[in-house]
Ligand binder design. Sequence first.
Ligand SMILES: Cc1cc2nc3c(=O)[nH]c(=O)nc-3n(C[C@H](O)[C@H](O)[C@H](O)COP(=O)(O)O)c2cc1C
Length: 306
Amino acid sequence: MIDLSVTLGRLTLQNPVLVASGTFGYAKEMAGLVDFQKLGGIVPKTVTQSPRAGNPPPRTVETASGLLNAIGLDNDGLEHFLEQYLPYLRSLPTAVIGNIAGKTEEEWVTMAARVAEAGNGLAGLELNLSCPNVSGGLDFATNPAMTERIVRRCREVCPTLPLIAKLTPNVTSIAEIASAAAAGGADAVTCVNTFLGMAINWRHRRPILGNGLGGLSGPAIKPLALRCVWQVARLKTIPVIAVGGIATIDDAMEFLVAGASAVQVGTANFYDPIASVRIVDALPAALTQLGAGSVRDVVGTLAWPT
Ligand SMILES: Cc1cc2nc3c(=O)[nH]c(=O)nc-3n(C[C@H](O)[C@H](O)[C@H](O)COP(=O)(O)O)c2cc1C
């Protein structure tokens, strides 16, 4: 019997396959398509303190092997999440990890404290320190000191819930930012959010997205995300949840071998809503191929060419 369970700091999951924030709604939308009890966990869309309308359209554009989006954290706010979405989410037979984003340091603390108080049923809290699409917004995880401070202050007001810092790849050294999140007391880091990009309609001499810039996701970013995950995981300072172009069992296994303890499926949910379930079903055979009896046995086992 293969052991699929994984432990990341205070967080234990029945298997290492989650669905990524912003690509799975608040789960109800996917109920007719996905067998939730098969999943390692669900990360619903980011919520902010106050409702946000998001960016002007168009908000998405397809590119070669990737999706460029600038949604701009369109959401109904934290109180609406707690009242309207959480009762359903907490009834699901899998781990649900909330995802929040603050606009200021104080807002982060207020939101984390509110989740600690009213977030009953959440298995953990992902701190989206890395949304590239919020106009005028701060990309907190581009700065190690800021990352450490926000994680530490959220940790102080939210002492028992597993905290996961979601990092941006749009930095010189993602390993440095991950170390800062670890120093602040995060249980794990999620690597990575989208890569800043743009698409242009040259005939109109205009960007295609309403926001001008957007974040690139999907198969196009997998090699970049693999590199980020490996750079963080090899430090062995904090467990890593990988996300970036994962759509198949081979993708998932590559990230586990690179050092991720768990994976999230993002953009693939839009064109193949059961990609995550298929990965879970294929995991035992893939682990057996490597002679492994558990997920742990393969995490970070990459042999570097000598
Ligand atoms: C349309 C869209 C919306 C997203 N919204 C969020 C969000 O609200 N919060 C968040 O933390 N990440 C968000 N992401 C980022 C994904 O969770 C993920 O980190 C990224 O897309 C890379 O993974 P992928 O290539 O598997 O999609 C969004 C991605 C897409 C494509």
